[in-house]
Design a protein around this ligand. Structure first.
Ligand code: BDP
Length: 731
């Protein structure tokens, strides 16, 4: 574990000269040492509250971690590292059993825990744990017990979280098990280390130096994931390079799998459907061709011979130019099943993506995934999960939930969220996604009547599926702070926490994260948590209020581009989605238009069908309304739209000021990083506001509502801006 960036003599010399020569330079520009963000939420700095620290010290004078497995060793290391940090002193190495105050283990590796005959363990599965005060041989101790070493590791991290967030451990009694089986990060990382839609540096996988060079970062990545219950990682981009399946790269993937195994993390790979042709020398990749099937079976055998616990494949097929079974006249089910058969005997799964749309289909884009996949329900092998993006288009700042959730009862549907902020400001906009994730997970599909939430669909409880899962497109890169922005570390964090337990609230997770990452100071916690809770709605307001969507600039998706038109495909343009005209704005997906609402169950379908009953945040997603349409605030649509854009931008200024009020209460280096990013976010929020309002005004021909300043700049100026080297572009 690397702790801080160290004082370097050269920095000192440069600083000294700078200071003497330039009297006007402010101290605040330089930080010799400070929290650079590398340690994420696992900082374990010494507790400042002395009473609490002493209290913990008394209860943790001696710790026993049972077991000899690599995972037990990880638990031992983490506990000793964390307690040394938090409590400010090393634990004694050995004490007699009678003196232990914390015992971690399983009935298999600990006779002390076996003796307790903990009945609750029966319901906790392979990953659950319990933490509680318990009499052991006549003495009350804290016990962290699980059925497996991995469960004990998760329990340990939970226990440490209690200390990090300064909760009482006097009467601790916790029983916890994950609600979903597969809790997976999807890295859109290419083998040349470019990260598609990545805004935090390069890929953390140094493929060139693997398998021999094993970076410290790989271990810290595993620790961070284990601490929030993430148990799988797809190493490479869904737009997959077929080379990933060659022996050269499999050996590298195996090295990572070896590092991750003690942390309970399985490795998965994205595969290109045409691999049999591209690297196997076959003439076809037709899933019904026996030679193709044999090729995949041999490939699976080869993978499992070096990665015995390999998780399986993630597949993007017949989507955005990727090859797939459709190229051979076969269905998605036939393609997925062929791969599933190759993996089944080894225990692997296929995560088959439902993100498909094709120009030739002549069907409105938002409807296509449903039309293509719903008829296949019941045709997939039982080790296939269909991975569905949260909304029917593409990770927009706000989308209604995808109508596929609830529509395929016989198929385990896996959620795909995007943690990286491709459409919400890259890595310079502070947008906490906890509220977005919760909004989707809590949406009621009504598939089996009221109470059929999306969360219940994907955790498998609504339809009793045999397996369940959730994926998040990672926002991780080589930036020292991992995610390009301190606040955006919280999105990795909240994804893991909700994957474990979707009933937690976005606020309590934000609160936890702030305490562990920034400070336990009451003012910091309250202020930053509030800021985070509001942040996504603010971004929706300055980017895509009232149900607008897909109006960003083309290709790189950076900044506003409502004017984008005339691309290779209509459904890549902005004008296709907002349909602004002199008479009004919005996409008529109601029964009088393309009727996308028919894909939802009643009463959602009926609610969405009319502008009068639809929740206003989806108004322009489903309806084309006139500029004079009366919104619920009493304002006309035009006035409301402009107000929202203005409100969003003004709220970023307010957020920046709020952050500034915390100076001195947060580590200066962390503070400054966020402060600088907020400065960029503010500029860009006004850019979005001005560009969009001016553009839509060219249709509405209406004045800026009284009381609001005129937008700065001209539409022409905004339209001329070009960013050929914006980061994260697809290749
Ligand atoms: C889009 C991204 C593109 C991805 C695609 C996908 O712009 O880079 O390849 O999603 O999910 O949003 O496959």
């Amino acid at each position: 574990m690397q702790i801080k960036h160290f004082f370097r003599p050269i920095t000192f010399i440069v600083y000294f000269f700078a200071l003497t020569l330039t009297a006007s330079l402010s101290w605040a520009q330089f930080y010799f040492a400070g929290e650079d963000g590398y340690r994420l939420w696992l900082k374990y700095d010494e507790l400042q509250d002395q009473t609490r620290k002493k209290h913990y010290q008394k209860q943790l004078q001696s710790v026993l971690v049972e077991g000899q497995s690599p995972t037990s060793e990880v638990i031992r290391q983490e506990l000793s590292y964390a307690l040394r940090g938090l409590l400010g002193k090393a634990l004694p190495n050995k004490t007699s059993i009678a003196n232990h105050q914390l015992i971690v283990g399983t009935p298999q590796n600990s006779s002390l825990i076996a003796e307790l005959q903990l009945a609750e363990l029966a319901d906790l599965g392979k990953e659950g744990y319990l933490i509680r005060k318990q009499k052991v041989r006549g003495k009350t101790v804290t016990v962290i017990a699980a059925n497996t070493d991995i469960g004990a590791l998760y329990g340990t991290f939970h226990f440490l979280r209690l200390l990090q967030t300064q909760q009482s451990i006097d009467q601790v009694s916790i029983v916890s098990a994950p609600k979903m089986d597969l809790r997976v990060l999807n890295h859109w990382d290419n083998l040349d280390r470019h990260v598609e839609r990545g805004y935090a540096g390069q890929s953390i996988w140094d493929w060139h130096k693997l398998p021999d060079y094993q970076e410290q970062r790989y271990y810290d990545y595993a620790r961070a994931n284990a601490s929030i219950g993430i148990n799988g990682t797809v190493l490479n981009n869904v737009n997959a390079d077929p080379l990933i399946l060659t022996p050269q790269y499999l050996e590298k993937a195996a090295a990572l799998a070896d590092i991750f195994r003690p942390y309970g993390i399985k490795v998965y790979l994205s595969v290109k459907f045409s691999s049999p042709q591209l690297i196997g020398g076959l003439k076809t990749s037709d899933p019904l061709n026996p030679e193709v099937q044999r090729w995949w079976q041999e490939k699976a055998k080869e993978i499992y011979s070096i990665i015995p616990d390999f998780g399986g494949f993630l597949v993007k097929a017949n989507s955005e130019g990727q090859p797939g079974p459709g190229d051979f006249g076969r269905s998605h089910a036939e393609g997925a099943n062929m791969l599933a058969d190759a993996l089944a005997s080894h225990g692997g799964v296929v995560m088959w993506r439902a993100f498909v749309y094709a120009n030739e289909k002549n069907e409105e884009r938002s409807k296509q995934a449903y039309s293509e996949f719903k008829p296949l329900d019941g045709q997939f092998r039982n080790n296939v999960l269909v991975q569905v993006k949260n909304g029917p288009i593409d990770f927009q700042p706000r989308e209604p939930f995808s109508p596929l959730f609830g529509a395929m009862p016989k198929t385990p549907l896996m959620m795909e969220f995007q943690i990286t902020l491709e459409y919400l400001g890259f890595s310079t906009h502070a947008v906490y996604l906890g509220t977005l994730f919760k909004e989707v997970l809590d949406s009621d599909t009504y598939a089996k009547g009221a109470g059929s939430s999306v969360a219940k669909v994907i955790d498998g409880s609504l339809f009793n599926n045999n397996i369940s899962g959730i994926a998040g497109v990672a926002n991780i890169g080589t930036d020292r702070n991992w995610t390009g922005h301190i606040i955006l570390q919280s999105n990795w964090y909240v994804f893991g926490r909700l994957a474990w337990d979707h009933q937690l609230s976005a606020r309590e997770i934000a609160d936890e994260w702030v305490r562990m990452t920034l400070s336990n100071d009451a003012e910091v916690v309250a202020t930053v948590t509030d800021m985070m809770m509001d942040s996504r709605e603010i971004t929706v307001n300055y980017m895509t209020p009232l149900g607008l969507h897909h109006i960003m600039d083309e290709g790189h998706h950076y900044g506003p581009g409502p004017w984008i038109k005339d691309l290779g495909r209509d459904d890549w343009t902005s004008v296709y989605y907002h349909r602004a005209s002199p008479s009004g704005i919005g996409f008529d997906r109601s029964p009088s238009g393309v009727n996308a609402v028919e894909q939802y169950f009643p009463p959602v379908r009926d609610l969405y069908a009319s502008p009068e009953t639809i929740p206003e945040e989806f108004l322009l997603w489903f309806h084309h309304v006139s500029w004079d349409y009366k919104t619920r605030s009493g304002r006309t649509l035009w006035d409301e739209l402009v107000h929202r854009y203005y409100q969003g931008a003004a709220d970023v200024t307010a957020m920046k000021n709020t952050w500034n009020s915390l100076q001195g209460k947060i580590d200066p280096y962390q503070f400054r990083q966020v402060q600088m990013a907020l400065g960029i976010q503010e500029k860009e929020a006004y850019w979005w506001r001005n560009a969009c309002v001016l553009y839509f005004q060219s249709f509405s021909k209406k004045p800026i509502p009284t009381g609001l300043e005129k937008p700065q700049g001209t539409l022409e100026e905004y339209m001329k801006l070009k960013f050929p080297h914006a980061p994260g572009q697809g290749k």
